[in-house]
Structure formats: structure tokens, C-alpha cells
Write a protein that binds this ligand. Structure first.
Ligand code: UDP
Ligand code: MG
Length: 318
């Protein structure tokens, strides 16, 4: 029997944690009873620098239950890095991990199916939302636009899959080789290349507390995802530049022909438009290129992705 570790990143989740704890513990107990996972399986809660009582709740649960493990990060590093911290921590002590959000919007009920698919040979099993009825129209729309835009930009990612996924130990080992600071797991995991599979579920509403991904964060997440995986935007800017050059040459030829035919093209507004347009395009282009330069700068420093303050463990060694 294999040892399962469920990894749960938590940022200011005191409102949902008590419920999530109960549900996850009973899920693990249930799987142990069915002899699908070993008795030393558990749940690792990663506290991503929360400012509320999240860590207190985790440490208390760790004392009360043999299934609860806790990882306290020294500061807030964001969902993706917190998740990576959790996966890197469990990769050497378990056979298989499942990552899930603390608000349990993803269906704990399909974990068993994930494990079954793992036993039948998949190294990575994606949890995919079959519908999004409970999400607000706005969330659904922005999320779906995001997935479509990503694939248009050439980023390979699984449609309607967030960070609810199963990974085998060797898939986690492979993941730990990716050292980038601008971490976009949904793009990296498909690049690993092991055998994958999917399970489908209906995404629920957040039980309590509010989304830690407001629009602004979502936008920067999407932007990060694209610029970390694709240089298509730079190519597009280059193409746009070429098109504008061609247009201006045509306009120049047209003006010259008119001039020699005896009438000049009147008006200065067309002139202003072209100046503003070109200025705008240039600023935008420099901005996009700048984003990549900035990223290179951040990566070149090779700063740690996260710092661990404390690891609450039930294993005797370590
Ligand atoms: N989260 C985190 N660090 C952050 C922001 C979020 O660890 O800086 C966690 C959060 O606690 C939750 C998960 O990431 O477990 C997803 O966040 P949320 O449910 O708010 O996102 P949404 O479902 O609204 O996209
Ligand atoms: Mg959520």
C-alpha cells in the first residue's frame, strides 16, 4: 500500500480550516479503511504567511490528529510557491501526493478515483472541472478567457484544471528540478511528460471566507503564466512593428503621388493620430519587452522560492 500526502496551501483561511480539516481527515480515514493507502498517510497544511489564526489552528490539529502535518513558511510567497514548498517537503516521505485548495471548492469525493488511476499507472492525475455553475459569471468568464488566451499564446495547459492534482513521487522529483521563481505550476506540470490522466468533478462554492485571488491578482497570475512560458507576445510586437512600417511606407508613397499630381493631402488631425498611435505602440512594445527583461533579472538572482520556519511532522526521524 502506498503512502499518500494531501498538500493544502493556506493563506488567511481560519474561517474554512475547521471544516476542511474534518472533511480531509475523514477522507483519509475512509481511504485507509478501504486499504487504498497506508496507515501513515496524512495531510500537510502549508501556512503561507497568514496574518490570522491559521497556523494556530494547524498546530492544534497536528497535536490532536496523527494525520495532520504542518509546514509554516516564514512569509507569504503566494499560492504557487506555497504549494511547491509543500510538494518538495513530502516528495521524499511519501509515494503519492494530492494538492487541493484549503476552501475545498474541489471535490474531495474524487480523490479515491485519482488514487485508482494512479494505481493503474498514471503519474499525474488532473482534477478537471466539468462545469462551473457555482462560480459567478465574472469568475467563469475571466477564467475561461484566461485558458483560451493561454492556449492561443502557445502555453500547454489543461483546460479547466486548477491546482487539484495527484502527483507520484517521481513526478514530484521531476518538478523539483524546475528552479524558477516565476512559478506557474499549471504550465510546468504538463511539461514533465509522464503518463497523465484526468478525473472530472463539479466545482463547489467557497464555504467561507473570501477568494484570495481578486481580479488584480488574477490578472497578474495570467500575465505571469504567459510570459513564463511563451515569447509569442514579443513576436507579436515585432510583427506589429513590421505592419506599421509597411503601412507608413504605403502612406508615404500615396502622399508623394498626390503631391506630384498637383494636390497635397490636407489636414493635421491624421498626423496627430499617427503620432499618438505610433507612440502608443512603441510604449506598449517596450513595456512587453521590459516585462521579459524584468523576469530575467528576477530569475538571475536565484533567490529561494520559499523559506521554511517550522515543519510539524509525525515521523520519528527528521
Ligand atoms: N493561497 C495561498 N497564498 C496566497 C493566496 C492564496 O496559499 O497568497 C491559497 C488559499 O489559501 C487557497 C488557495 O491558495 O487554499 C486558492 O485560493 P482561493 O481559493 O482564494 O482562490 P480561488 O479559488 O478564488 O481562485
Ligand atoms: Mg478557492
Amino acid at each position: 500500500m502506498k503512502r499518500l500526502m494531501i498538500v493544502v496551501p493556506c493563506f488567511n483561511e481560519e474561517e474554512v480550516l475547521p471544516t476542511s480539516l474534518k472533511e480531509l481527515i475523514s477522507a483519509v480515514e475512509n481511504l485507509i479503511k478501504k486499504e487504498k493507502i497506508s496507515r501513515d498517510s496524512g495531510i500537510l497544511f502549508v501556512n503561507d504567511g497568514s496574518r490570522d489564526r491559521t497556523w494556530e489552528l494547524i498546530s492544534k490539529a497536528h497535536k490532536e490528529s496523527n494525520y495532520v502535518y504542518g509546514l509554516n513558511l516564514a512569509g507569504n510567497v503566494g499560492h504557487q510557491n506555497a504549494l511547491l514548498a509543500g510538494l518538495n517537503t513530502v516528495k521524499d516521505i511519501c509515494d503519492v501526493s494530492i494538492s487541493i485548495d484549503a476552501d475545498l471548492q474541489d471535490d474531495v469525493g474524487v480523490i479515491e478515483e485519482m488514487i485508482d488511476k494512479y494505481y493503474s499507472g498514471a503519474d499525474i492525475v488532473y482534477g478537471v472541472r466539468s462545469e462551473r455553475k457555482t462560480d459567478s459569471f465574472f469568475k467563469r468568464f475571466t477564467a475561461q478567457t484566461f485558458y483560451k488566451f493561454m492556449s492561443a499564446m502557445g502555453v500547454k495547459s489543461v483546460y479547466n484544471h486548477a491546482d487539484f492534482r495527484l502527483m507520484s513521487a517521481r513526478a514530484m522529483q521531476a518538478l523539483s528540478l524546475y528552479k524558477e521563481r516565476n512559478l506557474f505550476l499549471r504550465g510546468i506540470v504538463p511539461q514533465i511528460g509522464y503518463k497523465t490522466d484526468c478525473v472530472y468533478y463539479v466545482r463547489k462554492q467557497r464555504m467561507a471566507g473570501e477568494s484570495k485571488y481578486p481580479f488584480k491578482k488574477m490578472l497578474s497570475f495570467a500575465f505571469d503564466g504567459i510570459t513564463s512560458f511563451s515569447i509569442k507576445p514579443i513576436k507579436m510586437v515585432t510583427a506589429l512593428g513590421a505592419v506599421i512600417v509597411v503601412c507608413s511606407v504605403i502612406a508615404f508613397i500615396y502622399t508623394m503621388i498626390s503631391y506630384f499630381m498637383g494636390h497635397t493631402v490636407p489636414g493635421w488631425s491624421s498626423l496627430m493620430i499617427s503620432i499618438w498611435f505610433l507612440g502608443g505602440v512603441q510604449l506598449l512594445s517596450v513595456g512587453i519587452v521590459g516585462q521579459y527583461v524584468g523576469k530575467t533579472y528576477i530569475e538571475s538572482k536565484e533567490r529561494p522560492q520559499y523559506i521554511i520556519e517550522e515543519f510539524l511532522n509525525h515521523d520519528k526521524k527528521s
